[in-house]
Design a protein around this ligand. Structure first.
Ligand code: SAM
Ligand code: SF4
Length: 456
């Protein structure tokens, strides 16, 4: 295999001493929305000086504003099964955890879960599963995808379904593509091979290289919208971030594009997995914020996803640092929405409902968005990058966020959220570029008159 994680070079870079002049040059490059190299990323990660850190945070905020504007995209995970043949040391679904009630949802149950999510106002779902299915091959997952897409609440349905499932062969990735998944997500967990081997001792996931090359196979299978991630807490976060940059460079070199999103889960306590409560390399809140800001600066065009593992306080702080998508109102157990469900995969830091999270986003001056437009208009993969690069995506993101938020306010918001949301909409409408204002106003009028699912 092409060894694209340069282990010794990464270790060298981890001990870099930052030079303030050089850091400021790098920040200037990033504010021009240029992508940074692994070496430049190392320089930023090494910063500890409070003033320089402040400059990093301010730059990250400015890059985020330039590319995405103030919108924040919302989604919810849908766990379909906790059956698993792996033994990841940190996960409650690990095969050696005999205390878990194992459960794979039936199609009727998946429909009920989706209907529950629709009734709260969700339009985007991330389908999640352990690595063992009640039927051979991918059939169960493909049926689950079709079931989610078929569920309805009045005129509303799930408009984009992303998946986070175990790595596949090229031919099976092609089948996922046919099933119209949005993003295929897979987290390497740790790029540090010795740590990876120690924590994944059993089952197909024990194969480090097979997991590392999953995105290559996804691209080869025709999926052009992929998400990567690191489970922070397993190994030194500086190693992980730099290795992730090397992974992205490998993808760009070989396929002309990198991932669409990066997820930044931090290890959370999990039943039957004692390691999760005592992370070998804990990442403090301050380090975590720096990681988010540095990633925003290093790969300006890549979406950053934060889940409900984090507390409301950290989530709110992350909006300013560059996070562009968040989950809300989540449960991490199969059946967890429509009933009590089985054991959670890990414990959550944010237990608020979607309505409460939306209200909080509004209070912070950000615009909640349920937009699925790029995916549905084929603006994915290289097309998305080409479109996003001139900084023009906000000309689409803002109108689509306004229109989907208006739908949410009419159909699902509480009175309190409606009032706060409407006031925010008024302010954000003023930012709509003149050449699309007429179109936006016309779409909003149609939504108020009862039409749904309009986008540009
Ligand atoms: N089972 C598949 C896999 O491992 O790739 C797909 C989904 S797995 C349920 C989703 C992700 O949950 C994992 O990739 C891992 O990063 C994360 N996870 C597992 N245990 C966790 C914990 N204790 N705290 C936070 N995240 C955890
Ligand atoms: Fe299974 Fe994924 Fe949990 Fe590992 S992280 S035990 S593969 S569900």
């Amino acid at each position: 295999m092409d060894q694209f994680i340069p282990d010794s070079r990464i270790h060298e870079l981890m001990d870099r001493k930052p030079d303030p002049t050089r850091v400021r040059e790098i920040l200037a490059r990033s504010r021009r929305l240029e992508r940074l190299s692994m070496e430049e990323t190392a320089e930023l990660l090494a910063v500890t000086d409070a003033d320089l850190l402040h400059e990093i945070f301010e730059s990250a905020k400015s890059v985020k504003e330039d590319i995405y504007g103030s919108r924040l995209v919302l989604f919810a995970p849908l766990y379909i099964s906790n059956l698993c043949k792996n033994d990841c040391a940190y996960c409650a679904f690990r095969v050696s955890n005999k205390g878990v009630k194992r459960r794979a949802l039936s199609m009727a149950e998946i429909k009920a879960e989706t209907e529950y999510l629709l009734k709260t106002g969700q339009k985007r779902v991330l389908l999640v599963s352990g690595e063992a299915y009640p039927r051979d091959g991918l059939e169960y997952v493909l049926d689950a995808i079709a079931t989610v897409y078929s569920a309805r609440d009045g005129q509303n349905s799930i408009r984009r379904l992303n998946v986070n499932i175990a790595p596949l062969e090229v031919a099976d990735f092609a089948r996922l593509k046919e099933a119209e998944v949005g993003t295929y997500q897979i987290f390497q967990e740790t790029y540090h091979e010795p740590t990876y081997r120690k924590l994944h001792t059993f089952g197909p996931k024990a194969d480090y290289a097979y997991r590392l090359t999953a995105i290559d196979r996804a691209f080869q299978g025709g999926l052009d919208d992929v998400g990567v991630g690191i489970l922070f807490g397993l190994y030194d976060h500086r190693y992980e971030v730099l290795a992730l940059m090397a992974h992205i460079e490998h993808l760009e070199k070989n396929f002309g594009m990198g991932p669409h999103t990066i997820s930044v889960p931090r290890l959370e306590p999990a039943e039957g997995a004692p390691l999760a409560a005592r992370p070998p390399y804990p990442v403090s809140d301050d380090e975590f914020k720096k990681i988010i800001a540095v990633m925003r600066l290093s790969v300006p065009y890549t979406g950053l996803i934060l889940s409900t593992r984090e507390t409301p306080e950290i989530r709110a702080a992350s909006f300013d640092l560059g996070v562009s998508q968040i989950s809300a109102g989540s449960r991490t157990n199969p059946g967890g929405y429509s009933e009590d469900g089985a054991c959670e995969q890990f414990s959550l830091g944010d237990h608020r409902s979607l309505d409460e999270v939306v209200r909080d986003i509004v209070a912070h001056g950000y615009l909640p968005s349920f937009c699925t437009s790029c995916y549905r208009l084929g603006r994915t993969g290289l097309d998305f990058m080409e479109f996003a690069k001139p900084g023009a995506i906000k000309e689409k993101c803002l109108p689509n966020a306004l229109v989907t938020f208006e739908e949410y306010l009419i159909d699902y918001a509480s009175e309190e959220t409606k009032a706060a949301g409407r006031a925010l909409m008024e302010r954000k409408l003023a930012d709509v570029p003149d050449h699309v204002r007429l179109t936006v106003n016309s779409m909003l009028s149609k939504i108020r008159a009862g039409e749904r699912d309009l986008f540009m």
